[in-house]
Design a protein. Structure first.
Length: 95
């Protein structure tokens, strides 16, 4: 399988490509798997790659990160938000 450092490098490069395509002040949604979310979230929070697997991210959840085009500052507004909409708990306990 793919190592976390390689995965994170690939994910952040793709994220940067998306950010280049949108105008400042506009929004984009990235729908992803758990480790992709952790890659972007760990970067925004300044968490080292070797610790990103400890970030709690529920399945089918939403994480919101703002990127400032001028300063390159990243702001996490919410992480692993999962509204209670009557979905059953996963059998693996991930959510």
């Amino acid at each position: 399988g793919e190592s976390y450092p390689f995965l994170k490098q690939r994910v952040l490069a793709a994220r940067d490509e998306v950010l280049e395509l949108i105008s400042p002040g506009r929004s984009a949604a990235i729908v992803s798997h758990l480790q992709v979310t952790r890659s972007m979230l760990s970067d925004a929070l300044g968490i080292p790659t070797e610790q990103m697997s400890t970030l709690p991210v529920a399945t089918a959840s939403v994480t919101c990160i703002d990127y400032n085009a001028s300063t390159k500052q990243q702001t996490v507004h919410f992480q692993s938000f999962k509204p209670d909409v009557g979905l059953a708990k996963s059998k693996d306990g991930a959510n």
